[in-house]
Design a binder for this molecule. Sequence first.
Ligand code: ATP
Length: 476
Amino acid sequence: MANENKLQNIISHCKEYGFIFPSSEIYDGLSAVYDYGQYGAELKRNIRDYWWRSMTQMNDNIVGIDAAIFMHPTVWKASGHVDNFSDPMIDNKDSQKRYRVDHLIEGYAETLPEAEATAVLAEMDHLLAANDFSGLKQFVEDKKIKCGVSGTSNWTDVRQFNLMFSTEVGSVAEDASTIYLRPETAQGIFVNFLNVQKTARMKIPFGIAQTGKAFRNEIVARQFIFRMREFEQMEMQFFIKPGTQKEWYEYWKEARMKWHLGLGISADKYRFHDHVKLAHYADAACDIEYDFTFGFKELEGIHSRTDFDLKQHQEYSGKKLTYFDTEINQHYVPYVIETSIGLDRTVLMILSEAYEEEDLSTADKQDSRSLLRIPAMLAPIKLAIFPLTKKDGLPEMAKQLIEECKPYFKCFYEEKDAIGKRYRRQDAIGTPFCVTIDHQTKEDNTVTIRHRDSMLQERMPLSEIRQYIQEQTKMF
Ligand code: ATP
């Protein structure tokens, strides 16, 4: 219950402080679609930058691209998405409510004691892996799993439901053809594999990274920005020599976990989950799960995709997609290890870690503050600058400091309200540092710098502020 409240509190906080709004809110919103506000957009961009730079700047052998959302429709035929990108669904005949059958069973398992829940989930995994839809329906009926709305167990058969959104290109009806909104960014990398390899003169092993929007017609959209119909992915495909996939899979599992721990989140909040049911393209796959307020759930997938995608595109396009390996004098279709992380889920993770209602009450005074302990390098605003009063030349000095700092990092200026109130507003949006210009500044050129997490205040020479903040908020 406490955790459920925590998610509700995070959602309210995000709305109140300009991080995340429901889409088209004045029309009562659009289910499972969200808009990022002024601070959410900065936070999201900083996380995206951190991932992008970790991949393309910190690795000599990874380059980044930005492929279009629309792709030739045959891409999705070749990739298997037209035929296979579907989830097993079941409808309750009384409420007409549709469920993903695995979510329905997982929800039921959550109500059971641990040992029983484990057995239920193992049986479900087994049935899913075997694509045994009548077995799944039987299982739901045998366990007398009920619909949350109607309270009955009156279920339809289990059916597959394709998750891709389609639309049409071409203005004249006869010329129009169906195209899809991409359900993953990965295929934009595969179809550009040779373009990039040749123009960047990349030698295997090498990676291509990309961030961008993906779209899925999720049936059960829930848990805020965890599961959306329009979301953003950060994906990297690492092209390797066939036969080396096991070692590179282990390499990327370790490298990605290191990245996560580098966010300052403790190791016990993460775990690996190996896939029992492998996707049609994979020979090994696991998720990095994070302990969200609603339990451990997938944050990132690491997949050993074999040569499936390139081979499929080779077959459907009729174009060769092989690499000439000068070390062994051989042409081959490379194998691929994929790392695929949801940007929005990472935003939710950072917010879940950062959000705190801190009790500051003393014996004679009740007090508390809402704060976001966002890692300084990811904070939307790095430095807030306040003149203590609106007169005596203090605003001018504060604005001069802003001018000096703003080419380097995002600053915020405010002169209204008592200083304590201004600090609290910055705590709520996660600003790690505030600087106050006061009368002493005019005498000795020092300022008060106040730290968000500890609320400690210290004096520092005005001339050192820019460098200090840059040092404290740097990514690498
Ligand atoms: P799930 O099992 O939760 O539906 P998935 O296994 O289908 O996820 P992948 O296809 O591996 O997800 O996509 C890679 C990453 O993209 C996921 O780890 C997740 O972080 C993100 N992602 C996938 N679907 C969504 C969604 N609907 N909303 C937000 N992020 C998503």
